[in-house]
Design a protein around this ligand. Structure first.
Ligand SMILES: [Fe+2]
Ligand SMILES: [Fe+2]
Length: 249
């Protein structure tokens, strides 16, 4: 049994016309690339972590085609909500809609074959940014205005709420093997400690997988190990659309 991770699938099977190549040539045929790489490496007994930005769907009814696509892929899957998952209205409604092989972590923990997975979306940290690592591509679909996005006060408020949600989830970890999914990176690219990393250390987490960062400059070293915890960026364009193996049990 193995555990893989790949974030930011950004699917749109229920609402055609949301092709990802507006964000760069690397995204051409992205769902075929994910499908092929997934089937090459992942078996039905494996687990795949999908840390957010699952779908462009705006409404619960539009996300079902994307869930069905994921459900048909081999393995058990665990999702958290990303900043683009507008289809998400409540954990209860999401769980009612999810097909059998997909599970949601939201203020709780997913238990799987002796491995516990906690998680939360997080948010942009007021303490660090990734601007210098990214080829900026304007997002024509952004819902949050630039003013709102850049308001420090707003950012701090959401970040604090997310830290609270993170601890709520971390408190429920019981197994010796402890993984966490966040959508936003919980530490800086050069691994400066953060309020989130302090929580991971307090609750003895082994690895954290996350996404959200796209169009990264090539050949720049980012993330790695900090105080015994592995921080792994799994945005699908960063991984060339190939799920990354996190654990071999
Ligand atoms: Fe994304
Ligand atoms: Fe995102």
């Amino acid at each position: 049994m193995k555990i893989f991770a790949i974030a930011d699938l950004h699917l749109s099977f229920g609402i055609p016309g949301k092709e990802m190549d507006v964000f760069g040539k690397q995204w051409e045929g992205w769902t075929d690339k994910i499908f092929n790489h997934w089937n090459e490496q992942i078996d039905s007994e494996d687990l795949v972590l999908l840390p957010g930005d699952i779908s462009w769907a705006m409404h619960p009814s539009d996300v079902m085609a994307d869930f069905d696509w994921i459900n048909d892929l081999p393995g058990t899957k665990v999702i958290i909500r990303g900043n683009h998952d507008y289809w998400f209205s409540s954990a209860k409604k999401a769980r009612e809609a999810l097909p059998p092989s997909i599970h949601l972590v939201h203020n709780d923990v997913f238990h799987w074959n002796g491995v516990d997975i906690a998680g939360t979306r997080l948010w942009d940290s007021p303490a660090f940014s990734f601007e210098q690592y990214i080829h900026f591509v304007k997002n024509p679909r952004a819902k949050v205005s630039l003013e709102e996005r850049e308001s420090k006060e707003h950012m701090e408020k959401i970040y604090e709420r997310e830290l609270h949600r993170l601890e709520l989830s971390l408190k429920q970890l019981k197994s010796d093997t402890r993984l966490v999914m966040t959508h936003y990176p919980p530490v800086s690219a050069d691994l400066q400690p953060s309020l989130a990393s302090q929580l991971f250390e307090k609750y003895h987490v082994q690895a954290v997988v996350f996404g959200h960062l796209h169009s990264l400059k090539k050949g720049v070293s980012m993330f790695g190990e900090l105080n015994g915890i592995e921080y792994i960026l799994t945005s699908c364009d960063y991984l060339d659309f190939c799920p990354k193996k996190i654990l071999d049990l």
